[in-house]
Design a protein around this ligand. Sequence first.
Ligand code: HEM
Ligand SMILES: *[C@@H]1O[C@H](CO)[C@@H](O)[C@H](O)[C@H]1NC(C)=O
Length: 606
Amino acid sequence: MAGQGPLLGVAQHPILMCSAVFAVLLTLLYYYLLPKPLPGIPYNEESARRVMGDVPEFVALVEAGRRPRDFWADLCAKKNSPIAQYFPGPFLNPVIVVSDFREAQDLFIRRSKQLDRGAIGRMMWGGVGDHHFVAMDASDHKFAASRFLAKDLMGPNYLQTVQPPILHFYSVPCIHEDGGADVSAPIGYGNVESLMELWRFKAAVADGRPFAVINDLMALTADTIFETAMGIEGSDKNIHRYHEHLRSIDLPRIKPESDDTLFPFPEYECDGLLKTIDVIAHVAGKFPTAPILQLHWPIHNLRKEVRKARRDRHSIIQTYIDRALERWETVGPPKKPRWAIDLIIGREQMAAKKEGRKPDYRSKLFHDALYGYCFGGQDTTHSALSFLVKHFGMYQEPQRKLRAALREAHAAAVAEHRSPTSDEICKTQIPYLDAYIEEVLRLNTTASGVVKEAVEDMEIFGYHVPKGTQVIVPLWGASIDSPALPIDESKRSQTSQEHANDMPGDWTNSRYPPETFHPERWMREDSETGRVVFAPRAGPHMTFSAGPRECWGKRLAMITLRLVTTLLVWNFDFLPLPEGMDSLEVSDILNAKPKVCVLRLKPLEL
Ligand code: HEM
Ligand SMILES: *[C@@H]1O[C@H](CO)[C@@H](O)[C@H](O)[C@H]1NC(C)=O
């Protein structure tokens, strides 16, 4: 080990020595941090040569006026391959992207044991509530406990008494022990009525001019989901507060020269529980494209606004828990639970009994069960509703067809000059209505993608994917709204090949091009009866993901969308918008929202 020549010289000068060691360490660190591509799987060459990997690509998309969330679908399209990999930044391994409906279905449904929530998903959702199952691996010991608390909320008993239409939609018989429909009218119905009252008022004031509705729909969604969750009422209702506010202020009544200008109603400013969701959703939404994922929540959690949202959320939820417990103590457990909170209390009592402990209504698990329900239902349903109503005005002919289909199906309501009751909406199959909603969900997918983790070494499209690798499936792009990308059939998994003929893998053989809006693509003629029916398996869309970890609230979401669509199209004519007001741009908060969501409404005579 005898030092020689120059090295010896360096060793004798401490500063030189330190700098040399530092330089060597820095070089080693640099190479250590450089992305290590998985063999064979396509990637951006340039990204592999920098420590930040593909992070600058998100920035480039923004600079090009595109959505950063187009990155995943774009990557596969650019590589002309349904599988690719990208590099999400320092200390993170390459992430696999699978942009192919057939293989994604196969992974989520038939190979679901090989995938779990995983590191990125836990990080992203953990910031919202690390004691809610959305943020947990199925192997987490808390997962079963969290699922147990929420078990009744989408189950038949609750849905039968409170949300009958959901059962109908999923073709389980609707049971009405009491014979009356209105007793168990879905909570959504009353809230849509409040929204329609608000819109009749706004339409009268606006007198033919268009107005913005994105926050009105946010208020509607919140009232529906919070009431279902905890029974909020009166001035806790967002629409109620907003409507009162509008009536209490002076609104400009002078008619401008042109009817084509936006009527400047003050927008609804949310507060309370909805505000906490809004703040936290904004942070969660920036996660997927954040420069350093590991630091995203820790840094944002220091911000005053986020700290306040967390405090408020806790105290508001606790107030409702205490209120419910008080009811239980004074009048006993409800015979026919109407609100989610009562079912969660019931489940907590069962769990406590089983485990020989006292029920804990202040635990993180209990809080997150309730907050997760409110949070999970709010931003998603709001996005879908905003895109839906935007379509009414954008496509006049389909709107007329939709209204005609509704009127034909609800003939009694037409004859009696009223809206269909919730019971009628529940019992009536209307293929065009289902097709319309399905088509909006396909084209205007609210969540950009689903992220999972390989829990064992596995193969995807014949490539080796090591245990621990994150796998992202974009919910739009190839196979969903553009043709599937080419791949050799033999590269698909065994099970994927076995199910090749279950349904089409993309829309290229459809009568309607994949990128166009045509509800009819979701309808077919029944070969036995000759009647036109809704065809949910006509082709791909994955708005709710699939398999055991698909959207847990899908049933509630679908009934809300059906109910709102029926009542709105029944009661209002959505007139075409002036040029420039029907922009198709989106803003990606947590879920995608139309940047401009403006309506020109004419209330209809019933
Ligand atoms: C149109 C409305 C909705 C859409 C488009 C939607 C979409 C999705 C998607 C794509 C996922 C999968 C996320 C992932 O795996 O990363 C998901 C999961 C979930 N959704 Fe929804 N959702 C909607 C409404 C709702 C509602 C109303 C609720 C609850 C009241 C809800 C609660 C949840 C929960 C708890 C999960 C996590 C499931 C799990 O981890 O196993 N969602 N949703
Ligand atoms: C929404 O749907 C329309 C078609 O009805 C489509 O033109 C538009 O690109 C879609 N936008 C997004 C962001 O999904």
